[in-house]
Each structure stands twice: as C-alpha cells, then as structure tokens.
Design a protein around this ligand. Structure first.
Ligand SMILES: NC(=O)c1ccc[n+]([C@@H]2O[C@H](COP(=O)([O-])OP(=O)(O)OC[C@H]3O[C@@H](n4cnc5c(N)ncnc54)[C@H](O)[C@@H]3O)[C@@H](O)[C@H]2O)c1
Length: 256
C-alpha cells in the first residue's frame, strides 16, 4: 500500500441518506454500506426505509431505518436527533431527496414551483443544517448534495427544477465557506440523466432517450453506480481537500 493512496472506505462512519427508498438514494445507501458505513436509511415512510434496510443487512451491511420528510423541518429534526441518539455520532449526509418534472415555463403553477423548491432546495438546506449542528460539535463531517446538470446549463421545460438545483449549488458554496473552517466539507454531485424510477417513464420513450443520449458525449445515460462513486469520493478520506465543488457526473453534457 502507498501512503499516497487515500482510503475510499467509510468504515464505522454514520451516514444519513435522504430519499433512500428508491432510485439514486437507495443505490447510494446500498453502495455506502458496502464501504463499511453504518447507514441511516431515511424515507418519507418508515416502511419504505425498512425495505432498504433489509436489503442492506441481507447483503452483510449495517443500516437502520428512519421516517424523514424533507419538506417538514420538524420531521428532519426528529429524525436527525434520533439518528444521533441511536449511533452517538453523524459523519456524512447525502442530501438526495428531490422531485423532478418537466413543464413548459408558461404552464408552471405556484404549486409546481413551490413543490420543487420545498423538496430540492429548502429541504436540502434544513437537513444539512440539522446534521451540521452535530458535525460542527464534533469538528468533522461531510455533506454531499445531489444536484443535477440542470443546475449548470439550461434544459427546456425544467425552469422550476433547474432553478432549485442552481440554488442548491449556491447553497453548497456558501456552506462550504461557513462550515469548512469548522471541519465540515460541503459539495454537490451533478449527474446527467440516470435511469431510475423517477426517470424511467421518460427514458423508456425511445425518442426522448435518443434526444438525451445525443447530448451526452460518452454516448449513454448514467447508472446509479456512477453517482455512488462520486459520493464515496467526496465522503471518504480521498475527498478531504474538496470543498465547495460541484462535481459533474454527466458524460460531458455540460462540457459543450
Ligand atoms: N435520475 C436522474 O436522471 C437525476 C439526474 C440528476 C439529478 N437527480 C437527482 O437525484 C435525486 C434522486 O433522483 P432519482 O432519479 O433517484 O428520483 P426518484 O424519484 O427515483 O427518487 C426520489 C426519492 O426522493 C424521495 N423524496 C421525494 N420527496 C421527498 C420528501 N419530501 N422527503 C423525503 N424524501 C422524498 C422519494 O420518495 C424517492 O425515494 C434527486 O434529487 C434528483 O433531482 C436525478
């Protein structure tokens, strides 16, 4: 082994993942468990979280389920306090929970706009704040927010979603400045289209998928493990010097 190869493992680290009942959140929770982490699997419903906990423990990992709705500050605080009470520490937050829907700007309603902002931006902020209170007390922690390529470039029919994710990037930069000196790094992963239950309906349409893939220089949409790899990097020793970054995992979409 070389002293110049950092560890990509998260042995015994307590990791919180929001929106972990399916898609990227579930995959990241399972992937982090395989690096040795103790995963707090959070979902709006405890029953949904328990399904993922069972999958992780069946695979030999360690996990516990919690109900956490990111649109309720009370729910966030209750879950985070319970996680710290159960495990005595909280090392990493993966702020993944989010909503996405396509709508031409002229059809966007107040309800649509608010739902994106509440889950994708406000929810991520108040979850990060609740977790950081414990991390700052311990003098160490990592926050990884799941942003999107749509935070960096315009994508037609995504005005509320793109605005929420653009705001999320700015949140990351400000928190990196405030919490970095206190031992807590804050970064985002910005994926391209990843095939999940949230995108399956659109990506199963061959015309839609072809238009998407045309924009991705590596020639295909991403997989959940592409996102997990970036999260592991940012959450582990390997990412110790990375703070305030928006790490694109987009096959080159935003390079053009
Ligand atoms: N799949 C993609 O192409 C893609 C690309 C870029 C970014 N992202 C982002 O990745 C994240 C996950 O996306 P996905 O494709 O896995 O979506 P998904 O719809 O498959 O899963 C989203 C998860 O978030 C949860 N969630 C929604 N509102 C919540 C709330 N109020 N409280 C707690 N949990 C809530 C859902 O229950 C679900 O488990 C989102 O933030 C999304 O914006 C996805």
């Amino acid at each position: 082994m070389s002293e110049h190869l950092p560890s990509f493992r998260l042995d015994d680290q307590v990791v919180v993942v929001t929106g972990a009942s399916r898609g990227i959140g579930r995959g990241v929770a399972e992937g982090l468990a395989a690096t040795g982490a103790i995963v707090a699997v959070t979902a709006r419903s405890l029953a949904d979280a328990e399904v993922v906990v069972a999958a992780i423990t069946d695979a030999g990992g360690r996990a516990r389920g919690y109900a956490l709705d990111v649109t309720s500050i009370e729910s966030i605080n209750m879950a985070v306090d319970q996680i710290v009470a159960d495990h005595g520490r909280l090392d990493v937050l993966v702020a993944n929970a989010g909503l996405g829907a396509n709508l031409p700007a002229l059809e966007v309603t107040e309800e649509h706009w608010d739902s994106m902002m509440d889950a994708n931006l406000k929810g991520a902020f108040f979850t990060a704040q609740a977790c950081a209170r414990h991390m700052v007390g311990a003098g160490a922690g990592r926050v990884v927010a799941i942003s999107s390529q749509a935070s960096l470039v315009g994508i037609t029919d995504h005005v509320a979603y793109s605005s929420s994710k653009g705001g999320l990037n700015q949140m990351v930069r400000v928190l990196a400045l405030e919490w970095g000196p206190l031992g807590v790094t804050v970064n985002a992963v910005a994926p391209t289209f990843i095939y999940t239950p949230g995108t399956a309906e659109r990506l199963d349409d061959p015309d839609y998928r072809a238009k998407v893939v045309e924009r991705i220089p590596v020639g295909d949409v991403g997989e959940i493990k592409d996102v997990t790899g970036a999260v592991v990097y940012l959450a582990s020793e390997a990412g110790a010097m990375v703070n305030g970054s928006i790490l694109t995992v987009d096959g080159g979409w935003t390079a053009q």
